[in-house]
Design a protein around this ligand. Structure first.
Ligand code: LLP
Length: 463
């Protein structure tokens, strides 16, 4: 991903020099398992299927645009993370990536915990049946109402993000006659190799309390003095869409340094360390994410090595993957509406959704793949840009993609790896109706978040 974005979106008007684009794939009809959900394949007629149902049938039944989520894949990924970290660690799925009651139920059944960062996410988590003690509550500016709700419902931990919040949570917990388990989120000064809008542990940003200048040590001092708080650990999240563990290594080193200082000053060994989420997924065939077991092994080794060096008991580790669990499990299905070849440039393919269902391309210059899904084609590859139907020229879904030159209005195209941060960041721009999320599993398709209707929009408009 590029590290800078045009204020109004990607630099969509740049015409890149000839030879810039990677060559078209050898087979335009192939579906790279790296970017598609596990059960996605083509049937005997060449139509893309997921969970045993073809996209033409799905489009007929549920309409387009729509997100189709492979439930078996979601469960398998959740399980893989859980198994990789084992019983001595906790995996908190980051609900901001995508949350619904069905997802909460799957997570509960697969033995994962849940990280929420707003009252709305907390309400969904509780409504979905996640036991409160398995919920962690995040956020850099939680309201008094949110804190009260979290404490009252008995969440397993609140992650404190500022000095004000230390006092606020302590006060609310005390006045409810409770002692709230908390972690302190620190910024360790690591700049993750990712887009600057989603890197979160360098110091010049809004999250966490800096380790620098003894600020985090002071936060610990204050938290330990307050009756309403039970300080159980330190939290660090270094960014998103990260492919290597070197940033986590530095983060773990610095967090363990703080644990050592806390032991030396207060004689207490804090029992938990949370390394956050941020593990990358493949959006295109060029991306090479690591498997959960490799990441678990690397992170566990790093923490125990650092703790051995500091002569500390290794704390219980937790992680918070969101994208790495849900991202690859869904694709967005669109119908092609218009096709506009621009001589010498590229062909603009307009679909029936756009930046309202996937803001990531406009916001982060994100890269996606796309495939003709309702049929196969032997036509030549055509350099295309998939755009939406919004009144904005930065409304791009897939910047550069090869699609077959015989693509026609009415064809269905699918954009994979849209499970994370697409529905959850969807908007009603131009009064678009946010698409449904349909879970597909073993020949059954079920709406888990329904499509918005014009009535939904008008319900909020009080006239
Ligand atoms: N834990 C904390 C404290 C976080 O802030 C985040 C993401 C996660 C876990 C989960 O990160 P993941 O594993 O999903 O990368 N909208 C952006 C991503 C923003 C992530 C914010 N925090 C995007 O679409 O790329």
């Amino acid at each position: 991903m590029s590290r800078s974005a045009h204020p109004a979106g990607p630099r969509h008007a740049d015409v890149l020099p000839e030879g810039h684009y990677s060559a078209p794939p050898a087979d335009l009809n192939a579906l790279d398992p790296k970017v598609w959900a596990q059960t996605v394949t083509r049937d005997g007629h060449g139509v893309v299927t997921v969970g045993g149902i073809d996209v033409k049938t799905l489009a007929e039944q549920f309409g387009t645009p729509a997100y189709f989520l492979d439930e078996a894949d979601f469960r398998a990924r959740a399980r893989a993370w859980r198994t990789a970290f084992g019983p001595d660690a906790d995996v908190f799925y980051a609900g901001k990536a995508f949350l619904s009651r069905a997802v909460v139920r799957w997570l509960h059944e697969e033995g994962l915990n849940l990280d929420v960062c707003s009252g709305g996410e907390l309400a969904t988590a509780l409504a979905g049946g996640m036991p409160a003690e398995r919920i962690a509550f995040h956020g850099n500016n939680k309201s008094a109402e949110e804190i009260t709700k979290a404490v009252e419902s008995g969440v397993g931990r609140i992650v404190l993000d500022s000095f004000q919040e230390i006092v606020r949570v302590a006060h609310i917990a005390s006045s409810l006659g409770k002692r709230q388990r908390v972690q302190i989120r620190v910024t360790v000064g690591v700049e993750a190799h990712t887009h600057e809008f989603i890197a979160t542990a360098h110091e010049d940003q809004k999250f966490g309390i800096p380790l620098a200048d003894g600020q985090a040590a002071e936060a610990v001092r204050r938290a330990l003095q307050l009756d309403g708080l039970e300080l159980v650990g330190i939290h660090s999240h270094i960014g998103s869409q990260i492919f290597d563990t070197s940033g986590f290594e530095v983060a773990a080193h610095r967090v363990v340094g703080l644990l050592r200082d806390v032991r030396d000053e207060h004689g207490i060994e804090l029992p938990e360390i949370d390394l956050g989420g941020g593990l990358g997924i493949a959006y295109t065939s060029d991306d090479d994410p690591r498997e959960p077991h490799e990441i678990a092994k690397a992170l566990t080794e790093i923490v125990s090595r650092e703790c051995d060096a500091a002569r500390l008991r290794t704390p219980r580790i937790s992680v918070e993957p969101g994208r790495a669990i849900v991202g690859p499990t869904a694709f967005t299905l669109y119908e092609v509406g218009t096709i506009k070849p621009l001589e010498g440039l590229r062909t603009y393919v307009s679909v029936d959704g756009g930046m309202s269902d996937n803001i990531r391309t406009a916001l982060y210059d994100a890269e996606y793949s796309v495939a003709l899904a309702s049929r196969t084609s032997d036509a030549e590859p055509m350099l295309a840009r998939v755009v939406g139907k919004h009144c904005e020229s930065g409304d791009i879904v897939v910047k550069d993609a090869f699609l077959p030159a015989d693509l026609a209005p009415g064809d269905l195209i699918a954009v994979p790896a849209t499970g994370a941060y697409c529905r959850s960041m969807a908007s009603n721009y131009n009064h678009a109706l946010r698409p449904p999320v349909v879970a597909v599993n073993d020949g059954q398709a079920r709406v888990i978040v329904r499509r918005e209707t014009e009535e939904d929009l008008l319900r909020l408009d009080v006239g």
